[in-house]
Design a protein around this ligand. Structure first.
Ligand code: RIB
Length: 305
């Protein structure tokens, strides 16, 4: 079994559903409220673990009930949290999320302990994790993320998910093996608008920024990929969308798990797209992430789930 180190944020997601997003200054009645485990790093760790990898979480929580609960959830999912930090005198990351009737979301994140991760911490987790793959995501300080990527270069295969977008990651792209972003993050990196119609050209332009493989996730259209062998689109199965929160994280975690277990890029992207499609059919970030058996069954079932 391949071993994946995930460096990224952990949050508690406070989620309300509403028929639509409120306008500025407007008060709107929603329909339901729920608390879910989330955070892009923790979501990706859970996705990789459920997909069959051996996963170490390199992130931080605060010294509060939310933080203790988040680490315990990760452990229940088989994720190794022994290197994670419980930061004293600090709150845990929280995300306030509104999901509308189309399943689209708006998110405000209060980073808390995620913002306190420093270079010494990532040095320790990289040195002690014994992983083949580093999966890194931008919900921690960007300079620390860059430090982690530089320290991992040549030791780990490095996958970077540029979410949420931060232009400073451009500096690290030449050290990255696999770059994953969605259309708006790709637009930010390329400085022009990116859409499904232009995605094959755009993904090749991203690869020209000097990473080994570039991937743009395209929601209901799947993902497009450029690597040394060329570029292609991996289409997504048709599904009924309930909640898109965490779909990109599911893609990244499953991609890393498949690659860590020796899959080709084509198979790993296919598994990630199918897993992301399954995740949008259910509510919440971590509760919606599928397990390996479900992903394999859906891959065998084909274009409509
Ligand atoms: O990518 C989804 C995640 O973004 C949520 O779980 C939330 O915590 C925010 O970080």
């Amino acid at each position: 079994v391949g071993r994946v180190l995930v460096i990224g944020g952990s949050n508690t997601d406070l989620v309300c559903r509403a028929p639509r997003m409120p306008m500025p200054g407007e008060t709107l009645n929603g329909t339901t409220f729920a608390i879910y485990p989330g955070g892009k790093g923790a979501n990706q760790a859970v996705a990789a673990s459920r997909a069959g990898a051996d996963v170490v979480f390199g992130g931080a929580v605060g010294d509060d009930d939310f933080g203790r609960q988040r680490l315990s959830d990760l452990r229940a999912d088989g994720v190794d949290t022994r290197l994670a930090r419980e930061q004293s005198q600090c709150s845990s990351g929280v995300a306030l999320i509104i999901v509308d009737d189309r399943g689209e979301n708006q998110i405000v994140v209060i980073p808390g302990a995620n913002e306190r991760i420093d270079a010494g911490f990532v040095d320790d987790v990289i040195d002690q994790s014994n992983a083949e793959i580093l999966l890194a995501v931008v919900e921690i300080p960007v300079d620390v993320l860059g430090h982690a990527i530089l320290r991992s270069a040549g030791r780990h295969r490095v996958i970077l998910n540029v979410a949420p977008f931060d232009a400073r990651v451009r500096a690290f792209i030449p050290q990255i093996d696999v770059l994953v972003c969605n259309e708006s993050e790709a637009s930010g990196l390329l400085g022009r608008s990116v859409s499904f119609d232009s995605a094959l050209r755009d993904v090749e332009a991203l690869r020209q920024l000097a990473c080994g493989t570039a991937i743009i996730t395209l929601g209901e259209h799947g993902a497009c990929v450029a690597d040394a062998g060329g570029s292609w689109v991996e289409p997504a199965p048709t599904v009924k969308v309930v909640d898109t929160t965490g779909a990109g994280d599911t893609f990244c975690g499953v991609l890393a798990a498949w690659l860590s277990n020796g899959a080709s890029m084509r198979d790993a992207v296919r598994a990630g797209v199918v897993a992301g499609s399954l995740a949008v059919t259910r509510a919440g970030a971590q509760p919606a992430i599928p397990r390996r058996a479900e992903i394999l069954a859906a891959m065998a079932a084909g274009s409509s789930l």
